[in-house]
Design a protein around this ligand. Structure first.
Ligand code: SF4
Length: 991
């Protein structure tokens, strides 16, 4: 960590209040006799997460305090309840027991029974109570009036906003409004928001997954079926070798490391490949530094040695992989050791060592995060990782797989069922058949939904992505593939400082007619919107509103961890101050916009603060009845709640229940995997146990087994795309490859009559994804041991992507023009996600302008253990704020010496956008001399100036700093519009 605790700091930073540090230290000292097990302490100490220990101690003090007032003890008539919830700060999914005394959340305890976190929390998880009861929260609706936020009533806010929305709809159509949803919404809220947007009549919605793992989702799904982590954090205990490339799990997913360190103790080799020597690297057997963005040369360099030495799994490739022969040919010819070293900077011996370790220690796994995904080539990088694992025969095996760590607590779930611009919940596309599937389930007429859209064509056209909404405002109208530019934007649980091109974003915010922030904290959006910009950009009619949303601790619902397990959060406290749950706010908007009845046709309402709120259980049941394609159908609220009450029944290494009935309901968890990791197929009554490791043929499909998905046809260029004979899941009646099931195949196989009459009626003319009875799935899986989505080969060659075989392409902004000639970027694209997108034009211009001479350092970014996402919530938490008080830049000592910058001094970071950021210098060899690193959690300072005055009074983050993304540059993935944040350029000077 950059800073030691200090008692003074920048003006206005409340973290520096005298005494706070002393308090934390004294509490930490009290820990030694307070923590109940050695295991947890050992974990925290070894993983370098000792900070969490101090915070855990703060909670333990509260434990003692509350116990003093328990019933039956002196002074105690209190009502004490324990509510089980899940940390909302990352996708690991650590369980928390919140102790509530007379409606006040007084303390928290880590859940030792949780098979995911085993009683461990990182600093953020240990400080959750302060998130719920946060004193810097937005307390009531506000409106920007003459540059200052003023309090208004909910009624006024809802009326004024909906009036504006309806006016925009009338003047410019429904696509003029853009809604940025949230990966912090629970599944029910995320799903409801996609439904809400559909009824508003636009696909212009998105959320954080676009800018964290959209390239993973697209790349991985197109390789073998589902775009998600194949195995689990827990399963890494079964790995013999783990390659972390583009993941700093020790800070981004701290408790996940618990499983890796257990594995390591049993001999698992750990390799970290990263441009920066991270805390994760500090735990590794081997650390290898690569140039940012050169993952493909490195991965294919490893693969080169595997092929050259015959270490690939030929039987597995023959049976289960399409196109590996073409990849092998290219990798052997193109990625020779000299080319690899030239492109990524790693010598032959080191690359060979990695190939040897991965090959000789199988099953070996690979872990990646945003280090791989956030590039203009992100879709190709993640596929190179998949190909490596397929070559080694590691996919579909315990201890192997691709362990892709998602970011936010529910980014997996929000991706699965939430507000995506190119799909309906469950990854159903925007084709008419999908819309009809949902219209039927939603109980509304398909033509009514169609009538809500600007046209049938717009109903089927993917919307603008969150990474590009600013271009939806700023781009010339004739270049946009929709009628109007964007005029209204909702930031609904999303930070603006997590998106690139901050200077242009400020301009876009000023040009809007309507900007609405819905968040428990006002977020950097509020301050950016209130801060004066250029006069010519400001729309004089602009209206800005802030609406206080409740946190996930003030409502209930399900959340999907990165390993695809769903957990049910109980409501801990009632919504504080005037905050309302997100789904209540959606309903209240819908009521005023004229589609309230349609939105909640299938839902019972519950009363919260005397107002109607759709019941989360009812929304989950609707998800269960619609999202067949990814198996979000078996996880009924009752099953999930039973799992939460009985965490102790589940094995840590397999996540499987050892058996045991839930005392409350009698539900028998035997055979279930914890959280029913999706796909959990069929109706809840089918009792599918969930799928702990995807594509695992060693298990029966009714025990969580599977195989690769048949999603890409049955034959290509004379080659079989279905799996070869004998490559089927255990117990399957069909012992060769087969396509997905529909009513025709069921009839051909003579299985149709195994459906009941009502099931036949529902399944007629349908496939397994649109059969609303679940009958096809039941018969195929239970009676015949087959997989409803067929049995096919994974694709090493994804022919429908810009680069069928992953190609290395240099970034648009780089410092190696010599390599651009060899590895140029794509050609420019027109009307790509409704917008023109620059590639080659910009790369060529940057070389012609000699940008690399003016900005000679690679700028990369990443996470810190203390903060999360845009950081507004965590930087508003006094406990966490104490731990990390300053935005900084890591600079190699050689560069620092050349620039005359000493450790701890201020530095100006300038970038090609014209941005200049004032940050503290951390002089360190963590980064090489060609690279600098900045964390991306900060905001609240803007090019050297404090933005405190622009926040609503009392609702500012405790720690404020320059946002890294104020200075980041243009650049987007060629499939998904993922932003490039991991490789851009800058210059650094002493301030
Ligand atoms: Fe666990 Fe992640 Fe929360 Fe830390 S932030 S306690 S690792 S869920």
């Amino acid at each position: 960590m950059l800073l030691t605790k200090k008692s003074s700091g920048l003006p206005g930073q409340a973290a520096h209040r005298p005494g706070t540090a002393r308090f934390v230290q004294s509490l930490a000292r009290g820990l030694s006799n307070a923590l109940p097990t050695m295991d947890r302490r050992a974990f925290l100490r070894r993983s370098g997460l000792g900070i969490g220990v101090g915070l855990a101690a703060t909670q333990l003090t509260l434990v003692r305090k509350a116990r003093a007032a328990a019933p039956g003890e002196a002074g105690g008539n209190s009502k004490i309840e324990v509510k089980r919830t899940v940390c909302s700060h990352c996708s690991v999914g650590c369980a928390v027991d919140a102790v509530v005394e007379n409606g006040v959340w007084v303390r928290q305890e880590a859940v030792f029974d949780s098979p995911i976190n085993l009683g461990a929390h990182c600093a953020k998880g240990a400080a959750l109570r302060e998130h719920g009861h946060g004193e810097y929260r937005l307390r009531y609706p506000m409106k920007l009036v003459n540059g200052k936020y003023e309090r208004i009533s909910w009624d006024t806010a809802l009326s004024e906003i909906t009036e504006r929305m309806l006016a925009l709809r009338k003047e410019s159509g429904p696509d003029s409004v853009y809604v940025i949803g949230s990966s912090k919404h629970n599944n029910e809220q995320a799903y409801l928001l996609r439904k809400w947007m559909s009824f508003w009549g636009s696909n212009n919605c998105d959320h954080q997954a676009r800018i964290c793992h959209s390239t993973t989702v697209a790349g991985v799904a197109n390789t073998w079926g589902y775009g998600a982590m194949t195995n689990s954090y827990n399963d890494m205990q079964n790995s013999k070798c783990a390659l972390y490339i583009g993941s700093n799990a020790a800070e981004a997913h701290p408790v996940s490391l618990l499983h890796m360190l257990h594995s390591k103790e049993k001999g698992c080799k750990m390799i970290v490949v990263d441009p920066r020597f991270t805390r994760t690297a500090a735990k590794a057997d081997d650390y290898i530094r690569i140039r940012s963005g050169s993952d493909i040369p490195f991965l294919f360099g490893v693969l080169h040695h595997i092929f050259k030495n015959g270490w690939e799994d030929t039987q597995y490739i023959n049976d289960r992989v399409y196109g590996m022969d073409k990849v092998k040919e290219e990798v052997l010819a193109k990625w020779t050791p000299d080319k690899v070293e030239e492109a990524c900077g790693v010598n032959e011996a080191t690359v060979l060592k990695v190939a040897t370790m991965m090959s000789q220690n199988r099953p070996s796994t690979i872990v990646w995060c945003m280090g791989q995904t956030q590039h203009t080539t992100g879709n190709a990088i993640v596929r190179a990782s998949c190909i490596l694992q397929l070559a080694l025969g590691n996919v579909g095996k315990s201890g192997g797989g691709t362990n892709i760590f998602r970011g936010h607590d529910n980014v997996q779930g929000a991706t699965d069922v939430g507000p995506n611009p190119d799909s309906l919940p469950g990854y159903y596309g925007l084709a008419e058949g999908s819309w009809k599937h949902f219209a039927k389930a939603w109980g509304v007429d398909f033509d009514w939904i169609k009538g809500r859209y600007a046209s049938p064509a717009m109903m089927g056209k993917p919307g603008i992505t969150v990474s590009r909404w600013i271009d939806g405002v700023l781009e010339k109208n004739e270049f946009i593939d929709q009628d109007s530019n964007l005029r209204g934007v909702f930031y609904w649980g999303h930070a603006p400082n997590s998106q690139t091109r901050g200077l242009e974003m400020k301009r876009a915010m000023d040009k809007l007619d309507l900007l609405v922030v819905v968040d428990p904290y006002p977020s950097a959006t509020a301050a950016m919107a209130a801060m004066p910009g250029k006069a010519e950009d400001l729309n004089p009619n602009r209206a800005v509103y802030l609406l206080p949303a409740a946190t996930q601790f003030e409502t209930s619902g399900s959340v999907t961890a990165s390993n695809r397990s769903l957990q049910w959060r109980e409501k801990v406290i009632e919504p504080l101050w005037e905050s309302r749950s997100d789904h209540m706010i959606m309903q209240q908007f819908a009521d005023r916009l004229g589609f309230g009845k349609e939105l909640s046709k299938n839902f019972k309402m519950q009363q919260v603060k005397g107002m109607d709120e759709p019941m989360p259980e009812e929304i989950l049941r609707e998800i269960n009845k619609t999202c067949w394609t990814i198996g979000y159908t078996g996880q009924s609220p009752e099953r999930l709640k039973a799992h939460m009450r009985n965490m102790h029944l589940f094995d840590v290494k397999t996540l499987k229940s050892r058996g045991g009935k839930d005392k409350e309901t009698g539900y028998d968890t035997a055979g279930d995997y914890f959280g029913l990791p999706w796909p959990c197929y069929g109706t809840p009554e089918l009792k599918h146990p969930g799928s702990p490791n995807l594509y695992d043929t060693s298990k029966h499909v009714m025990e969580g087994g599977g195989n690769f998905r048949a999603n890409f046809g049955v034959e290509r260029e004379g080659k079989n795309l279905l799996a070869e004979d004998g490559s089927h899941s255990v117990g399957a009646d069909i012992t060769t490859g087969y396509p997905e099931f529909d009513h025709i195949l069921m009839k051909k196989l003579g299985w149709w009559d195994e459906l009941s009459e009502p099931e036949k009626a529902a399944a007629e003319g349908k496939n397994w994804k649109t059969d609303s009875s679940g009958g096809i799935i039941r018969v195929v899986m239970k009676n015949h041991g087959c997989h409803p989505f067929g049995n096919a080969k994974a694709r090493a060659v994804v022919w429908n992507f810009p680069d069928a075989i992953p190609q290395h392409r240099e970034p648009l902004y780089g410092i190696r023009p010599d390599l651009v000639a060899k590895y140029p970027t794509h050609d420019d694209k027109k009307a790509f996600w409704r917008l023109p997108t620059l590639y080659k034009t910009l790369q060529d211009k940057n070389i012609a302008d000699k940008v690399h001479e003016k900005f000679p350092l690679i700028l990369t970014s990443g996470r810190l253990v203390e903060y999360e996402g845009g950081g507004e919530e965590t930087r508003s938490n006094p406990w966490l704020a104490e731990l990390q008080q300053e935005m900084f830049i890591e600079i190699n000592p050689k560069v620092a010496a050349n620039k005359g910058i000493r450790n701890g001094e201020r530095a100006w970071v300038s970038t090609p956008t014209g941005a200049r950021l004032n940050v503290q210098a951390l002089v360190t060899e963590r980064v090489g001399p060609d690279t600098v690193f900045m964390p991306y959690h900060f905001s609240g300072r803007w090019q050297g100036a404090d933005m405190l005055a622009y926040y609503p009074a009392g609702a500012h983050p405790v720690v404020r700093g320059e946002a890294a993304n104020t200075g980041t540059t243009y650049g987007y993935d060629s499939v998904t519009m993922m932003q490039e944040t991991k490789t851009t350029v800058c210059n650094v000077e002493r301030a």
